[in-house]
Ligand binder design. Sequence first.
Ligand SMILES: C[S@@+](CC[C@H](N)C(=O)[O-])C[C@H]1O[C@@H](n2cnc3c(N)ncnc32)[C@H](O)[C@@H]1O
Length: 269
Amino acid sequence: MTSGTGDRLMAGGTSAGPGRADPGRSGLAAVSRSWSILGAADPLWAVCVDRERRAGSWDLEEFMASGRAEAEAAMERLEQLGICPVRDAALDFGCGVGRVTVALSRYFGAVTGVDIAEPMLDRARSLLSGQPGCQFVANDKPDLRAFADGSFDLVYCSLVLQHMPPALAAGYLREFVRVLRPGGGIVIVVPDTHRRTPKGFVYALAPQPLIGFVQRRVFGYPAGMQMHVLPARRVRRIVEGAGARLVVSDPELSVGPHWRGYRHVIAKG
Ligand SMILES: C[S@@+](CC[C@H](N)C(=O)[O-])C[C@H]1O[C@@H](n2cnc3c(N)ncnc32)[C@H](O)[C@@H]1O
């Protein structure tokens, strides 16, 4: 399967390094605008970008099965590490259409999916209406002020932080630590660095506005997707500064072939 730029990438794929985003187009409002357009036009494809699955042609069962596999692998890892033994409440940040949210509800008493794009949340609610234990909430703030300190046993965030300016991603990471209960875990899947492929070089060097333009005009994306990387050393620095620790960084392929990615497990307390 391949993405609109030639390879499959789980809406991940990525881009310019920290500081490279154009400030005018890269604030939270621009992120919200782009994802609202993407979510309204072709939500499943926008979550799991694959040029063979455009225009609503993702098989829904296959799509949701990918979320179940992802949640199962993450929960197994947490179990091995002895992190998150209490499983009352989980947060799925940047939940999209609920691909992983619903899978997490097998393990937690309640799962809250949060997203910035209303069309994504509308689709999640219609796909998962009546699913016990799942609720979907819009958040267009650069923080998680809607949630009190220590609200969740798990914060899960897959293929989201690369789609916003790195300073915003850093702020959310600090918030993940704040809303986590002691003993709980944070799992994030994010690209770390660009691979030395031709497209990896392009994503590393091209400015975000040019990437967005090519995505729209050449590859027919309904809106541009910002693509950044978040190196492990930066993840470590941010979470340690917020009072948590980076426990392990497992290699992760779902970020696409042009990036080296990790599934980071972070613990508090
Ligand atoms: C590639 S999709 C991943 C969806 C989901 N995590 C999954 O793996 O199925 C990225 C999602 O992040 C959401 N998103 C992007 N920036 C966000 C932000 N600042 N706050 C909340 N959600 C955001 C987008 O609307 C989109 O639904």
